[in-house]
Design a protein around this ligand. Sequence first.
Ligand code: ASP
Length: 335
Amino acid sequence: MKKNGMKQWLVAAALLVSTAAMAQEREYVIVVHGGAGAMGSLEEKPEIAQQYYNALDSALLIGDKILAAGGEGHEAVRAVINYFEGNPLFNAGIGATVAADGSFELDASIMEGKDLSAGAVAGVEHVKHPINAAYAVKTQSPHVMLSGVGAEEFAREQGLEMVEDNLYFATPKTMKWVEQFKEESKKNGTVGCVVLDKQGNLTAGTSTGGMLRKKWGRIGDSPVIGAGTYADNASCAVSCTGHGEYFIRHAVAFNLCARYKYLNETVEQAADYIIHKELNTDAGNGGLIAVDRKGNFAMPYNSQGMFRGFLYKEKGSSEVKKGCAIGQKVVTVGK
Ligand code: ASP
């Protein structure tokens, strides 16, 4: 072999080795969150805590069914978020928190790491499942984000399920806020889902009613690609929850992927740095879920708690591992 040929061969071999080292280590992974905030003490209220554990577990099992059958990440993310959006326990879809004018304005986004395609809607008031509208923006329009009336018109055109009355999103609990705006009953429960599917693709999605008493027209981090949601097959899929203004300023979801990609940090290191060091704990209150291209994941938060859950299958094993948590304690529901 000529000297040059040998050199090329060595470079190719080295590339092969490093690609193998970077390869997906878990068959599939799904991580979900149901919001971060002052819910840590719920661990001491077993009946209420159990409702959340059950809901998180149901969400994981919905994703598991799709991923185990070889479904794509975006299918799992949408199905999981659809479930959360229909569950009044969470601040997304029905159960969403209330804006200062007593209305419900919903935000959602989704991104796929294989081609960096993304879609988002902001401030929609009549779309039953905002995550589906975000996905339609991604797949059926040349845009990344649509807001307000335009987003609603687009969702209607796409044949998505609409609700005629904005109060559809109200629950007895949120109706009280509509009337009283009790700050002390502030609700945290934005939902998110990140997935590594069997094909090795990363997907992230987030859906929220935003923050209680937000100004009419306010848009948080959840529909902002790079702030509340990001996915890139070269690094990680990320979904955030917390005080959105801080997550936008720190471009949290993209920032995590950049640290992973350019500083060679692990997903845990990058996530911990951003949540615990970069964000001011008092003001930049919240957390995130992230999974990397190999299947490692992180779920840090700097608030009192974060509804969260994970499920994964190691390659070559038939066993699925899963867990749910609110505060520090991780519990397993069912098998
Ligand atoms: N990040 C969301 C927002 O600022 C709220 C949340 O996650 O609780 O709109």
